[in-house]
Write a protein of this length. Structure first.
Length: 116
């Protein structure tokens, strides 16, 4: 997995399928122009192909772009596919996705102000 502290990093998923012929330049343009997000924050931008067996993660690392890629030899990723173009998830949820878990089955976070 990507090294470093990912606790304070936002993760953005390109929901649905992305053309995986794209590399740094093509993926950067998607993030900047279509999703209208800032590339230079250190956040992670994740993309998956149509067959759901390949994931690329784009991020800015101090002085240049990095692309991390994982290809499954068997099975597929349980990648979200809904009306949104981009979906923000936690770094732990990204880890779950990369390990084959489905985000739809995760518990929704509960937020309370008081105990009474």
């Amino acid at each position: 997995m990507i090294r470093g502290n990912l606790e304070n990093v936002n993760v953005y998923l390109a929901v649905g399928a992305t053309d995986m012929r794209k590399s740094i330049n093509g993926l950067s343009l998607l993030v900047e122009e279509q999703f209208e997000l800032d590339l230079f924050t250190g956040n992670l931008f994740a993309f998956c192909n149509r067959r759901r067996d390949l994931v690329k993660i784009l991020y800015w690392d101090i002085n240049g772009f990095c692309v991390w890629m994982k290809r499954l030899e068997a099975d597929y990723f349980r990648w979200p596919d809904n009306e949104q173009e981009v979906m923000e998830i936690s770094s732990s949820a990204l880890s779950w996705l990369l390990h084959g878990l489905d985000l739809q089955q995760a518990h929704s976070p509960l937020i309370f102000d008081t105990v009474s």
